[in-house]
Design a protein around this ligand. Structure first.
Ligand SMILES: O=C(O)C1=N[C@H](C(=O)O)C[C@H](O)C1
Length: 307
């Protein structure tokens, strides 16, 4: 299962556009999906945190997956779908349903959130999903959301499972544990950055790509950043990485995806900036700052604002 999946490059975890009265707007989602894939994204992530998956009904989740799958089919691009629950049996049921559709390349699965089952329980959870879910898995390592850290040894154990094809690495730092993983990469196991503000140094250290909410906005720039690092162009990569880190910092100044939606709305790309409770709309000040960064000239040898 492992060897024929190549997850190098940029994956965009799409927002779920809503109307002013908080209904899902599938046409706007289809446009975002097409724009992302036409602007250099390697693939899409449906039902990530950025999609507000936690507050979508089962029917809305199906709509989101259907729309993203159609765009990925049209562009021959891989589709990753988020499956996040602390109920192992329920996760297996969701994975099997997704596997039946035949459109999904892999599932993005966090350590069981909230329960904090410990590392052994977490490994048992992922092993059950790998053995019984019927889909390749990308482990989502995001302890600040799940409450469950994973050591490099645990990630290495998961990397050796044939069904586990990568990790979305969002531990909040690049440290000795990160370098231990990147220094001895496992074949068929992609390291994808998931902390937008530090994606540039993670790529410099050897990451295969990223799943980056910020790329809902400047898709081509994030795709270029990855291409520059993979092509060995350290100087331009460093300069672009610095500009994009400033953008990501302001996009994440308030809970994701409120600021990203406000910027997409201001740029006429979604019908409303609306987010569902418990998320609140972004504050005007942060949105103004984000728009200033998006419009600022990029210092990478050519003039012009981020795209
Ligand atoms: O939805 C995602 O996938 C992402 N979510 C992260 C978060 O909200 O913590 C950020 C990352 O860029 C992608």
């Amino acid at each position: 299962m492992k060897t024929d999946i190549d997850l190098r490059g940029l994956f965009v975890p799409l927002v779920t556009p809503f109307t002013e009265d908080l209904r899902v707007a599938p046409d706007a989602l289809a446009r975002l999906a097409d724009e992302a894939l036409s602007s250099g994204a390697r693939g899409l992530v449906a039902l990530g945190t950025t999609a507000e998956a936690a507050t979508l009904t089962a029917e809305e989740q199906q709509t989101v997956v259907r729309v993203c799958a159609a765009a990925c089919r049209a562009h021959r691009a891989p589709l990753i779908v988020g499956v996040g629950t602390n109920d192992t049996a329920a996760a297996i049921t969701s994975l099997r349903r997704l596997a039946e559709d035949g459109d999904v390349t892999a599932a993005l699965v966090p350590a069981p959130p909230y329960t904090r089952p410990g590392e052994a329980g977490t490994l048992a959870h992922f092993t059950a999903l790998a053995e019984h879910g019927g889909l390749p898995l990308v482990v989502y390592d995001i302890p600040y959301r799940t409450g469950q850290p994973l050591s490099p040894g645990a990630l290495r154990t998961l990397a050796h499972l044939p069904e586990v094809v990568g990790v979305k690495y969002a531990t909040g730092s690049i440290d000795a544990a990160t370098m231990e993983l990147l220094g001895r990469p496992d074949p068929g196991f992609a390291m994808l950055g998931g902390d937008d503000a530090v994606i540039s140094p993670l790529l410099a250290a050897g990451a295969h790509g990223g799943i980056l909410a910020s790329a809902n906005i400047c898709t081509a720039d994030y795709a270029e950043l990855i291409a520059l690092w993979h092509g060995g162009a350290a100087g331009p990569a460093r300069r672009l990485g610095a500009v994009l880190a400033r953008l990501s910092a302001v996009l994440f100044a308030e809970p994701n995806p409120a600021v990203i939606k406000a910027v997409l709305y201001a740029r006429g790309r979604i019908p409303a900036p609306a987010v569902r409770l418990p998320l609140l709309a972004a504050s005007g000040d942060v949105v103004r700052r984000a728009l200033e960064v998006v419009r600022a000239p990029v210092h990478r040898g050519q003039e012009g604002a981020l795209m």
